[in-house]
Ligand binder design. Structure first.
Ligand code: SF4
Length: 346
């Protein structure tokens, strides 16, 4: 039975595997290059291995892959949305974005999400399972192959809460950063969390210098709990001290993501609350227009509403940027297309 997935294994683990079947450990570099540089998935195509070794590996290992089942291209920018089927028929999404200087992918880390943020499509059909490191790697490799372009930046901001799948996410980051593999710069990787306090502290302890983004969306405790139930167990005061710990350890700037909800989180009081979350930290605020989802009927937000909140933050001396919407015509809010695809293919 094929059980061990070679794609998600560290080099030390591959070395041990080859030693356990009386093979030289230099096989490790060959298979690592085959999977992570050549992005291949069939053990039978590792031509530097003897036929005997390939069939031995086929007995108890595999190189798991994913299937791109649909690609939607934006007509207004270069954003593409990939609908991806996993080996067990679960569906996830990845979004590819291109600018003049770099190519970025936003990947999913779970099938569904259990965090229940009010405004998010990913949570609406519930949580199914965690993605393995191998599946996250495949999102990057298969989209790269499809595009014929190298991906420079990786954002863990698609479906799922990365800290709810901590070990697999850390494994993915270490593997994609490996100089013998894809070699994505550690500072070209951004991890986005809804504010899981333990996860932030654990990330700080790994020493990995990834970028950290916090989905804040409201810095008044009682109001944040209404739109993000996870805030009840992860209070803003605890979040702030976890972020202080993170900066003490890693000395990295953090960014707060803030979706503007008209008349709900855009007053001066809200701006002052954001200021208190920034005090004493090296922090930046990204203001995001809400991607409309069917299940969440809110007042429409226009550019002027966002600019008005930015002015309030400016007045209080808070650094902020208005994030440009990408892929609006292909429903780029995470989870939207997966939900529809599942509905149509059920
Ligand atoms: S915003 Fe992120 S954490 Fe919240 S439900 Fe959506 S995917 Fe999960």
């Amino acid at each position: 039975m094929n059980t061990l997935d070679l794609k998600g294994m560290y080099k030390e683990e591959l070395e041990n595997l080859f030693l356990s079947i009386d093979e030289n450990k230099f096989r490790t570099k060959q298979v690592f290059k085959f999977i992570h540089n050549e992005k291949q998935n069939d053990i039978n195509n590792i031509t530097v291995f003897s036929k005997n070794l390939r069939s031995k590996l086929n007995e108890f290992t595999t190189i798991r892959n994913i299937d791109i089942v649909e690609v939607l291209s934006s007509k207004i920018d270069k954003t593409k949305k990939f609908i991806i089927r996993l080996y067990d028929n679960n569906i996830i999404e990845a979004v590819y974005m291109e600018s003049k200087t770099n190519n970025t992918i936003c990947i999913s880390t779970q099938v569904g999400c259990r965090m229940s943020c009010d405004f998010c499509a990913s949570t609406k059909s519930g949580f199914k399972r965690n993605l393995s490191a191998s599946e996250m790697l495949s999102e990057v490799y298969e989209v790269e192959k499809h595009m014929g372009k190298r991906i420079d930046n990786i954002v863990l901001m698609g479906i799922g809460e990365p800290f709810d799948n901590f070990d697999n996410v850390i494994r993915f980051i270490k593997l994609i950063n490996d100089p013998d593999g894809h070699n994505t710069g550690i500072r070209n990787i951004t991890l986005s969390t809804c504010g899981i306090v333990d996860g932030i502290r654990k990330l700080a302890d790994t020493g990995l210098q990834v970028n950290l983004a916090i989905s804040l969306h409201n810095a008044i405790q009682s109001e944040r709990e209404n739109i993000m139930p996870i805030a009840k167990a992860n209070k803003l005061t605890d979040l702030k001290s976890a972020l202080e710990y993170y900066q003490e350890k890693l000395n990295r700037r953090i960014s707060y993501e803030y979706v503007i909800l008209k008349d709900e989180n855009d007053s001066y009081d809200h701006a002052r609350a954001v200021k208190s979350m920034c005090a004493g930290l090296d922090a930046h605020v990204n203001l995001i227009p809400l991607n409309k989802i069917e299940e969440y009927n809110k007042k429409p937000v226009d550019d002027k509403d966002i600019e008005r909140f930015k002015e309030k933050l400016d007045d209080l001396g808070i650094n902020s940027t208005i994030r440009r919407k990408q892929g609006v015509d292909i429903e780029a809010a995470c989870g939207q297309l997966r939900n529809k695809y599942e509905l149509f293919t059920r």
